[in-house]
Structure formats: C-alpha cells, structure tokens
Write a protein that binds this ligand. Structure first.
Ligand SMILES: [Zn+2]
Length: 147
C-alpha cells in the first residue's frame, strides 16, 4: 500500500503527526509509505528509496538488517575518515597546535568547540550520513550481503 500526504514532513528529531525518517536509509521521509501488514504502522520512505527497497527490508530478519547497517557504517567510515581528519587538523593548525606537545587542557576544549562549529567538519558529518544512506540503499537493492 502506497500513498502520499501533501504537507512537508518535519526534519529529523522534530515531533510531527507524520514520521520523519525513511525506514530504509534513515534520511528524511518525503510522503511515500509502505504498508507491511494490515493494522501495522506504515513505513515512510525518502525520495530515493523505492517501494521494492521497503519490501525487501520488511522481509529481512534483524540479523540480516544489522549486517546491512554494519556494512554501510564501515563503508561510510572508510570513505570519510580523511574528511574528518582534515577538518580536525585544519582547526588544530589554525589554533597553532602543530604537535601533541602543544595540546593542553585549556586549548583542547577550544579546539573541540572550533572543530564542532567548523564548516569543514559539518560537511564531513553530512558526507558520513549521505555515504551511509546511499550505501545501505544500494546494498538493500542488490541484496549484497557477503554471506
Ligand atoms: Zn530512504
């Protein structure tokens, strides 16, 4: 069963009458839903996940879905570690910290704050999330579990 609603769904973490997270890839849903069983809550989907992905996920057991999630997280970690480190090193360098001996309790908290607020780090985190969701979507469609 698939239907749509006309209002824009909320962002992640915001309570609304419509669910906000895609049941397949964890991105923001966009008004398409998949009904698993009569009387059960529907699964909302994003613009990128399709009915067949929801159908495949609904037929998986927890262990198989966990494997898809682990594979997608490992892929995202591998693909984005350089972006995260670059964002951190840029802030360290900008704060004049060029070796671990230059780090102390006072500048550590300042660097943490500047990393968390930097555009490079925010871009890296966004890349992690997108890499994860793109990978799990691809793996679900291809049923790419290596066992
Ligand atoms: Zn999705």
């Amino acid at each position: 069963m698939t239907w749509s609603h006309s209002s824009q769904p909320s962002l992640l973490g915001v309570q609304d009458i419509f669910p906000a997270i895609c049941a397949v890839c964890a991105r923001r849903s966009h008004g398409l839903a998949y009904g698993t069983k009569l009387g059960e809550p529907v699964w909302w989907l994003c613009d990128f996940c399709v009915y067949t992905s929801a159908m495949k996920v609904s037929e998986m057991n927890t262990m198989k879905l966990n494997q898809f999630e682990i594979m997608a997280m490992e892929h995202a970690a591998k693909e984005t570690v350089e972006d995260v480190l670059d964002a951190i090193f840029q802030q360290l360098w900008g704060a004049g910290i060029k070796s671990l001996e230059d780090m102390n309790g006072a500048n550590y908290k300042t660097v943490l704050s500047s990393v968390a607020g930097s555009d490079d780090y925010k871009t890296a985190v966004q890349k992690i999330l997108l890499t994860y969701s793109n990978q799990i979507r691809k793996d679900v469609q291809t049923q790419a579990i290596p066992f």
